[in-house]
Design a protein around this ligand. Structure first.
Ligand SMILES: [Zn+2]
Length: 1004
C-alpha cells in the first residue's frame, strides 16, 4: 500500500548556490481553477515512457551476432522456440517454446531453482547480457504458481543500487524451463558513485519546487539511489524497425538518481522526484497520491424513463462532494476526484459540499468506502425514497441528481460572475418533500417534491433544478429579482440544457397546456420555443399576453409564469434563430448567448421591459435588451451598433421588447473586432489526462478552454485561458468522457472568435487491455480485436495472434478509432487452410486462439507487460457429401469378375479417377430383394485405389454395389435404379460403422 510509510517532518534547507535547475519543465501560461501549486512542474517518469523495440529473431539480419547466438541456442535446445528481442537492448523480451528439461519435484525450492538458473544465465551470458552479480532473487515474486509450475524472478541491482523496473522472469512448468525474458535490460553506463549527496539532492528539489526555507515538508521515505534507464539518442524511426532506428543494443542510456518522496504541508499530492545524482537535473517529478472518485446514478435530463437521458445513468460525477478521511475533511474536485491518503482509509461523503448540501426528507445521506476504491452512490430502481441496497436512507435518486446538477450550474455561473458570493456559498437542496407537482425557491434554499398527483418527483428533473436555482441567482445577482423572474429562471435552465422544454417529464402524461397555446411535444412545464406550441406564433405583450394570460404582477400585469414566455422565448430565439442567422454556428451562438446572459446578470433587477398594454418596448437602461447590448458592445459607442446588434434587435423585436427600429444605426452590426476564425481542435486521451492541441488563429491573443462532462450539445464550463496552442488537462477520470472546445479570444473582451469543433476524450489508464469481439469463432470470417491503452501516443499499435494450428504469430495493426481516443481496433481474417505467414490466422476446430498485446508501459513503472486474451474455434467439419461411385452414366461403370470355381472371391474394379471418395465399401444382398435393396452385409474399407478382391463372398445369387464414404460415419449414394430413383432411398446401411447417409454428393 502506498503512502503508508510513516514520514518524518523536516524543513528543507534551500541552498542558494544550487538554485540552477537544468530540467526543462513544460510550463503553460494558464489560469487553472483547480489543482495545486506544483502541478505545472510535472516531469513525466522517463522509465514509464520508454518504448521497447520488439524484434522477432527472424527480423534481425542474417549473421547478426545476437541472431547467431540465439540460433545456437535453438540448435542446442530444439527449434521450437519463439524468440523476441528488444532491439534497444539486444536482451530477450520473451523466449518461449518446447522447454528445456529442468527437474522439479520433491525438494525443489526457490533457492535450488535460483541457483540452477544463475548457472544457466552464466553459461549464456552473451544472450542474457546479464552478470550473475546483477541478479537479486525476488522472493516476493518467486514460488510455485501451481503444484508443478514455478516462477522465479530476479531484480536487477548494480553495485547494490537497484535499476528501476528491470528484472528477469523464468517459468518452469512440468519439469521444463518453458519461458523467460526481461521487460527491459538497459545498458547502465552511469557511474554508481554520486556527485551530489542526499542533502544536496533535496536542495535541488526544494529549489525546483520553489519551497521556502520555512515550509514544513514530510519526507515520506528516506531518499535512496537508483539507476533509471533513459532513451538513448538514436537515428530516426524506420519502416523496417519501427520507432527505434538505431543499432541493436544501443537504445538505452542511464542515469543515477536520488529518489525523493515528500509532501508539502497544506498542498495536495505526494511528490516523487528523481534528482540526477551527477548533474542535479530533475529527471522526473510526479504525484504519487492515490486518488479515488465519488460518483453515483443521476438522471441526466428527466426521470421520464425515456432513455438514455430520461433514465438514471450510473457513474455520474458528484462534483465538489465533501469527503472525510479520519478527521481530515476535503472537497472532491469538479470531477469528484479526491485524495485517498493514507491508502486504505475509510472515506465518507454526506453530499454536503461547499456549494450544495442535500437535505433529503427520506433520511440522512452518508456513504463510506475503504479507499482508494471509489465511493459509488450507485443506482436503484423505484421512486422517491428508494435507495440502492445497503445504502443510507438519503441516498435517493433526487439526492444524487440534485447534487450533480446544482453543483454544475453554480460552477458554470462562477466562471461568468466571479464576484457573486452566493455562488460560492452552500446552497441547501431540500428533496423528497412530502408534497407533489411543484418545486420552489424560498429565498434561501431550493425545494423539490415527491412524485404523485400526476407528476413525477421534481427533484429528479434537471430543468426543474436549474429553474429553481435560476430564481436563487436572480435574487442574489446583486440587483434583486427581475420581473418576470419566471423568465429569468427558464432562461437559466435552457442556457444549460439547450432544451426548450423546461422540466421534461414533470407531467406523467400529456403535454403542457401553454395557457391556451398548447405545447406540441413537451411533458415539462413550459416550452420556450414558440414554434413548438400550437399557434406557432412568437409571444408578444399585445398578442399572447393580452389574449391568454391571467392577471398577475408581470411588467404587463399578467401572471408571471404566463408572462414569462415573452422574455424567455426572446433569449431562445437569440441563441437558436437570430445569432445563427447572422452567420454564427449553433455552438458559438449558444456560447455567445450564454455570455451575454450571464455577464448582464450582475446587478440586474426590476422589469425586463416596459409594458402598458397593448404597447411594450425595451427602451430602459435596465431592460434586458439594453443590458445585452452593453455587454455586446466593443467600442464604447452604442450609437454605431454592436458586433451582434442586428441579431439582438431581431430577437427582442420579434417579441416587441426591443427599442428603436431595425434601420437605426444603433441596431446595426458594427465591430472594430479583428477577424478571428475558429481553431481546429484535436485531443489525445492520456491516463487521467487529456492532451489538447489546436491550430493557431490569426489576430487572437489567447484561447479559452471549455469543458463539460455532459456532451457536445450542452453548456460548457470555462476551464482556463492559455496563450499557446496546446493544453494538458490533468486530474481527469479514466473511463469518464469529457468534452472540449477552445475559443480564440482577442484583447477586446467583446471580440471572441467562434468555438472550435467539439472533441470528446475518454482518458484511459496506461495499463492496456486487449479484447476480442467474441468468445467463439468459426474457421472463416474474421476476428475483431480492440486494445484500450491510454498511453500509446501513436495512431496505430499492433497485436499478435496464434492458434493451436498456427503457432508462428500473425501480426495485426490496430488503428485508433478516433482522434483523442485510447481505443484501437483491428481485424484478422480466419482460414481453415494450412498456416503460412500471410496475415491470416489458420484455425481448426477446437483450436485455442490467443491474442497478445504488449503493453509497452503500464503507467506503473513496468514495461512490456503482455496482455493476453483467448477465444476458441468452433467449426466442426460439415458432413462430407460422400461422392457417388461412377455408374457409367458418368465415368466408367463398376465391373466384377469371379475368381476361382467356388466363386467365393470376386475381383471388383470401379472408377475413382472421375469421382474420388475418401473410402469405399461394398454392400450386398440377396438378388431376390434387389428391388428393396435389403442389405445383408458389406465388405468394408476397400480404400481409394478403385480395385479390391472381395473374398468370403456368401453363396447364392447376390446383388452388390460399391459405395463411397467419407472415411468416417457417412456413406454416399447407392446409385439409382432404372427409373432414376435412389436405391435404398435415405436408409443407412448400418454397415462398416456408418451412421448417416448423404445422397447429395454429385459427380463429376
Ligand atoms: Zn419559478
Amino acid at each position: 500500500m502506498k503512502n503508508c510509510v510513516p514520514g518524518w517532518r523536516t524543513t528543507f534547507a534551500v541552498f542558494p548556490a544550487l538554485l540552477l535547475v537544468t530540467a526543462s519543465a513544460v510550463v503553460a501560461l494558464q489560469v487553472p481553477e483547480k489543482g495545486g501549486r506544483f502541478d505545472a512542474l510535472l516531469v513525466a517518469d522517463p522509465t514509464s515512457s520508454l518504448d521497447v523495440a520488439t524484434a522477432p529473431l527472424g527480423s534481425l539480419p542474417v549473421g547478426d551476432r545476437a541472431r547467431a547466438g540465439w540460433e545456437q541456442f535453438r540448435a542446442a535446445h530444439g527449434q521450437a522456440w519463439s524468440i523476441y528481442l528488444d532491439r534497444r537492448s539486444g536482451a530477450p523480451l520473451l523466449v518461449e517454446g518446447q522447454g528445456i528439461a529442468w527437474p522439479t519435484g520433491e525438494g525443489t525450492t526457490i533457492d535450488s531453482l535460483a541457483a540452477s538458473l544463475r548457472e544457466f544465465v552464466a553459461g549464456n551470458r552473451t544472450l542474457f547480457l546479464a552478470d550473475g552479480a546483477e541478479l537479486v532473487l525476488d522472493r516476493e515474486a518467486s514460488g510455485p504458481l501451481l503444484e508443478d509450475v514455478w516462477q522465479v524472478a530476479f531484480n536487477r541491482e548494480i553495485a547494490g543500487i537497484p535499476v528501476a523496473g528491470e528484472r528477469y522472469l523464468f517459468t518452469i512448468g512440468h519439469g521444463k524451463l518453458i519461458s523467460f525474458g526481461t521487460p527491459r535490460w538497459s545498458r547502465i553506463d552511469a557511474s554508481p558513485f554520486p556527485d551530489l549527496d542526499e542533502v544536496e539532492a533535496r536542495g535541488r528539489l526544494a529549489a525546483y519546487m520553489g519551497l521556502a526555507a520555512t515550509e514544513a515538508v514530510d519526507l515520506v521515505e528516506k531518499p535512496k539511489l537508483e539507476f533509471i534507464p533513459l532513451r538513448a539518442a538514436a537515428p530516426p524511426a524506420t519502416a523496417a524497425f519501427g520507432a527505434y532506428g538505431g543499432a541493436i543494443g544501443a537504445g538505452y542510456a542511464s542515469a543515477l538518481v536520488w529518489r525523493v518522496v515528500l509532501r508539502v504541508i497544506g498542498e495536495p499530492g505526494t511528490w516523487v522526484a528523481r534528482v540526477d545524482a551527477h548533474t542535479g537535473a530533475i529527471r522526473s517529478f510526479t504525484d504519487d497520491n492515490r486518488y479515488a472518485r465519488v460518483k453515483g446514478g443521476v438522471y441526466p435530463t428527466s426521470n421520464d424513463q425515456i432513455c438514455p437521458d430520461g433514465c438514471e445513468q450510473q457513474n455520474y460525477t458528484m462534483p465538489f462532494a465533501n469527503i472525510v478521511i479520519g478527521a481530515a475533511p476535503q472537497t472532491a474536485n469538479t470531477l469528484g476526484v479526491f485524495n485517498c491518503t493514507p491508502g486504505g482509509s475509510t472515506a465518507t461523503t454526506t453530499l454536503a459540499g461547499p456549494y450544495v448540501k442535500v437535505v433529503d426528507r427520506c433520511g440522512p445521506t452518508s456513504q463510506s468506502v475503504p479507499c482508494s476504491a471509489d465511493i459509488d452512490l450507485s443506482t436503484s430502481g423505484g421512486n422517491d425514497c428508494a435507495v440502492p441496497a445497503g445504502s443510507s436512507a438519503g441516498n435517493t435518486h433526487a439526492a444524487r441528481t440534485g447534487f450533480y446538477h446544482l453543483n454544475r450550474i453554480a460552477e458554470h455561473a462562477r466562471a461568468w460572475l466571479p464576484t457573486r458570493t452566493w455562488l460560492t456559498s452552500q446552497l441547501a437542496d431540500n428533496v423528497n418533500i412530502n408534497q407533489t407537482c411543484n418545486a420552489y425557491w424560498d429565498g434561501a434554499s431550493v425545494n423539490f417534491f415527491k412524485s404523485g398527483g400526476g407528476c413525477r418527483n421534481t427533484g429528479e428533473i434537471a430543468g426543474v433544478f436549474l429553474h429553481e436555482w435560476g430564481h436563487g441567482l436572480d435574487q442574489n445577482d446583486g440587483g434583486g429579482f427581475d420581473n418576470p423572474s419566471e423568465a429569468y429562471a427558464d432562461i437559466t435552465a435552457f442556457m444549460s440544457t439547450h432544451v426548450s422544454c423546461i422540466g421534461r417529464g414533470f407531467r406523467q402524461a400529456g403535454n403542457c397546456g401553454g395557457y391556451g397555446n398548447a405545447c406540441l411535444n413537451c411533458t415539462g412545464v413550459r416550452d420556450q420555443d414558440w414554434d413548438q406550441r400550437a399557434n406557432h406564433t412568437p409571444s408578444t405583450p399585445a398578442g399572447f399576453l393580452a389574449n391568454n394570460c391571467p392577471a398577475g404582477s408581470g411588467p404587463c400585469g399578467k401572471e408571471e409564469h404566463c408572462e414569462g414566455y415573452v422574455g424567455a422565448e426572446t433569449l431562445w430565439d437569440l441563441a437558436v434563430r437570430d445569432l445563427p442567422a447572422s452567420g454564427l454556428d449553433l455552438a458559438s451562438s449558444w456560447q455567445l448567448a450564454d455570455k451575454l446572459w450571464y455577464k448582464s446578470r450582475l446587478g440586474s433587477g426590476g422589469n425586463a421591459y416596459n409594458c402598458a398594454l397593448p404597447d411594450s418596448d425595451g427602451c430602459a437602461a435596465t431592460s434586458w435588451f439594453s443590458r445585452l447590448r452593453a455587454i455586446d458592445d466593443d467600442d464604447g459607442n452604442l450609437a454605431n451598433g454592436t458586433p451582434h446588434a442586428a441579431a439582438i434587435f431581431a430577437a427582442f423585436d420579434r417579441h416587441r421588447i426591443a427599442c428603436g427600429a431595425a434601420t437605426d444605426a444603433g441596431n446595426q452590426n458594427s465591430a472594430t473586432c479583428p477577424v478571428i476564425g475558429a481553431a481546429t481542435l484535436s485531443a489525445t486521451a492520456g491516463s487521467s489526462a487529456a492532451q489538447l492541441s489546436w491550430t493557431a488563429v490569426p489576430n487572437s491573443v489567447g484561447f479559452r478552454i471549455l469543458r463539460n462532462d455532459a456532451g457536445c450539445d450542452t453548456g460548457t464550463m470555462r476551464l482556463s485561458v492559455v496563450t499557446g496552442t496546446s493544453f494538458n488537462d490533468t486530474g481527469l477520470v479514466n473511463g469518464l468522457g469529457v468534452y472540449y472546445n477552445v475559443q480564440a479570444i482577442a484583447s477586446n473582451s467583446a471580440c471572441d472568435g467562434p468555438l472550435s469543433n467539439c472533441q470528446a476524450v475518454t482518458p484511459q489508464s496506461a495499463a492496456g487491455t486487449v479484447k476480442l469481439d467474441a468468445a467463439v469463432y468459426g474457421c472463416a470470417g474474421g476476428i475483431g480485436v480492440t486494445v484500450i491503452d491510454g498511453n500509446i501516443a501513436a495512431g496505430t499499435t499492433t497485436a499478435t495472434f496464434v492458434s493451436t494450428t498456427e503457432t508462428q504469430a500473425e501480426t495485426v495493426t490496430l488503428t485508433r478509432i478516433a482522434p483523442g481516443s485510447a481505443t484501437y481496433a483491428g481485424n484478422i481474417a480466419l482460414t481453415g487452410n494450412p498456416p503460412t505467414p500471410d496475415g491470416v490466422l489458420s484455425v481448426a476446430n477446437g483450436d485455442t486462439i490467443t491474442a497478445r498485446y504488449i503493453d509497452a508501459n503500464d503507467g506503473a513503472g513496468r514495461s512490456n507487460i503482455p496482455r493476453v486474451t483467448t477465444a476458441t474455434a468452433d467449426c466442426p467439419p460439415p458432413p462430407q457429401g460422400a461422392k457417388p461411385v461412377a455408374d457409367g452414366s458418368f465415368g466408367a461403370a463398376m465391373t466384377g469378375s469371379r475368381i476361382g470355381a467356388s466363386g467365393s472371391t470376386i475381383d471388383v474394379a470401379w472408377d475413382v479417377a472421375t469421382c474420388a471418395s475418401a473410402d469405399h465399401h461394398i454392400l450386398y444382398g440377396d438378388l431376390a430383394s434387389v428391388a428393396s435393396t435389403t442389405v445383408l452385409g458389406a465388405a468394408c474399407d476397400l480404400g481409394t485405389t478403385g480395385s479390391a478382391s472381395w473374398s468370403g463372398v456368401p453363396a447364392g445369387d447376390l446383388w452388390f454395389v460399391v459405395v463411397g464414404d467419407d472415411n468416417a460415419t457417412t456413406e454416399g449414394s447407392w446409385g439409382t435404379d432404372g427409373s432414376g430413383a435412389e436405391r435404398g432411398l435415405g436408409a443407412v446401411s448400418g454397415q462398416c460403422g456408418v451412421v448417416t447417409r448423404d445422397n447429395s454428393g454429385i459427380c463429376p
